[in-house]
Design a protein. Structure first.
Length: 137
């Protein structure tokens, strides 16, 4: 698997509002994968979670993570990154989740009464498939 940075066409695809999943590891070693929104900025991935989510607990315990983003027009074309959460921050004023929501929907995040936490993922490795296979397959 190639190491970062992602080549320009893989980075361009990964920066779009793609269908995506995030995978983390439970304390018993079981992997957990769920849909997610994200932002790809400055070579890192920003995800944001409700402060009460189990996924946040898992990531605080074991920061290893994988994010896979699929092109909505051609799901075989995807970019998957593996890395680790290097920073957690309370999302004061819901600024991060609003940025992410606007990226996907054009509007601010609708749930305004729950605390949220942002997590920044540093990419260690990546691979691409479909149109991006030759670069990182």
């Amino acid at each position: 698997m190639p190491q970062p940075p992602l080549p320009s066409d893989a980075a361009e695809m990964f920066a779009r509002p793609n269908y995506a999943t995030i995978s983390s590891v439970r304390p018993d070693g079981q992997p957990v994968s769920v849909p997610t929104w994200y932002l790809f900025e400055d070579g890192r991935v920003l995800v944001n979670m409700d402060a009460g989510r189990k996924r946040l607990e898992y990531l605080r315990s074991d920061p290893r993570v994988s994010v896979s983003a699929m092109d909505p027009d051609d799901w075989i074309t995807h970019v998957s990154v593996q890395g680790r959460v290097v920073e957690f921050a309370d999302d004061e004023g819901l600024r991060d989740i609003d940025r992410i929501a606007r990226h996907y929907t054009g509007q601010q995040y609708p749930v305004r009464d729950r605390p949220r936490v942002s997590a920044w993922i540093e990419i260690d490795r990546w691979h691409g498939w479909g149109r991006l296979r030759a670069q990182g397959g």
